[in-house]
Design a protein. Structure first.
Length: 150
């Protein structure tokens, strides 16, 4: 009986090490995720909002290009999907994935802004810039959670 208890104790300690408690950071993350959704309603390229860039229904005369669309897809998957998964499961691995992928998508967003600035068409809209800022804040928050692991 004592051996079984020790095995369960080791198992429960391992379970605790794989989980995290975001505390007040969860509110910050949820608020920034909401701001990311709002940014898809704002203009990203010319007058086209982010959801049109995401779905590929932006005005063809704007020549949105691949990079803003790729950023729109990845920011939705990583910022909203991975973030929600990590908040719901509270698993360290999901938080690590959300943080690292968030850093990559943030860099991708900066390249998307650069591509709009050098396209000769309408420059980056406020929604695109806000989405990149949201992704940077999300990546930083997830990495802070990951680094706080004991």
């Amino acid at each position: 009986m004592c051996v079984l208890s020790e095995e369960q104790d080791v198992k429960s300690r391992g379970e605790v090490l794989r989980r995290f408690d975001p505390g007040a950071k969860a509110l910050v993350i949820a608020t920034v995720m909401l701001a990311l959704v709002v940014s898809s309603l704002l203009p990203w390229a010319g007058g086209s909002p982010g959801y049109e860039v995401l779905t590929g229904h932006a005005d063809p005369s704007l020549k949105v290009g691949l990079l803003p669309r790729l950023f729109a897809i990845n920011s939705a998957i990583v910022g909203l999907g991975f973030g929600a998964l990590a908040l719901i499961t509270r698993r360290w691995g999901a938080a690590f994935l959300a943080g690292v992928a968030g850093l990559v998508v943030t860099f991708e967003g900066m390249i998307a802004i650069w591509s709009r600035q050098t396209s000769g068409q309408a420059g980056p809209g406020v929604g695109l810039v806000l989405a990149v800022i949201c992704m940077a804040v999300l990546a930083i928050q997830w990495m802070r959670i990951v680094w706080s692991r004991d």
